[in-house]
Design a protein around this ligand. Structure first.
Ligand SMILES: Cc1cc2nc3c(=O)[nH]c(=O)nc-3n(C[C@H](O)[C@H](O)[C@H](O)COP(=O)(O)O)c2cc1C
Length: 185
């Protein structure tokens, strides 16, 4: 399975019990036969400050290196006040700088999100997609993953309890793998 595309997963929540981390882990498990999804730890990336851009903190360098080494990126984002969390936007901004040294342009990507609320992070995903378009990330259009979090949506071993949803995620994985191959030529 070593030729599986490497996908850096950016979870837009830093908390230990994040439902988005849980979704990311279940997606990774479900598509493990076709994609190598690894969650990137960016908890130590500080608030963006242009004064430090020319000599960035080690956590920023490590974050950018992890993205450069990946064939693609999967964003798994919460919705905060109908947009993406600040920690996610902050990390995206750091990795877009300095001019000419950003990591985003042309990178294949997909978006998912989980919330206990009813709208499945749809508003956050629209905002995130708009930001990613501005830095030329090649975001897959469809299928899209909107997940209403409930504990019973997961099995004890961290998979999806609904076989139909698990099949949907497997199909999503096939399409994302095809998208990555197409974008990376
Ligand atoms: C500041 C803040 C704003 C929130 N705004 C929304 C929102 O607009 N829509 C929504 O569905 N949930 C909202 N929530 C609830 C989150 O969906 C919920 O806290 C979720 O568990 C966060 O994701 P996480 O578990 O991955 O950290 C908000 C939570 C916080 C802390």
């Amino acid at each position: 399975m070593s030729d599986r595309p490497k996908v850096a997963v950016i979870v837009g929540s830093l908390r230990a019990q994040s439902v988005n981390r849980r979704l990311a882990e279940a997606i990774a498990k479900t598509v493990a036969g076709k994609l190598d999804l690894q969650i990137v730890d960016y908890a130590d990336v500080p608030l963006y400050n242009q004064d430090h851009e020319a000599d960035p903190p080690a956590a920023v360098i490590a974050f950018k290196d992890a993205l450069k080494a990946a064939d693609a990126v999967l964003f798994v984002t919460p919705e905060y006040n109908r947009s993406m969390p600040g920690v996610l936007k902050n990390a995206i901004d750091w990795a877009s700088r300095p001019p000419g040294q950003g990591v985003w342009s042309g990178k294949p990507a997909a978006i998912a999100g989980a919330t206990p609320g009813a709208v499945g992070t749809a508003a956050a995903q629209v905002d995130l997609r708009n930001v990613l378009t501005a830095i030329n990330v090649a975001v897959m259009g469809m299928p899209q993953i909107y997940f209403t979090h409930k504990d019973e949506h997961y099995t004890a071993d961290g998979g999806f309890s609904d076989p139909k949803f698990a099949a949907f995620i497997e199909g999503w994985g096939d399409k994302f793998a095809a998208w990555i191959a197409k974008m990376n030529g």
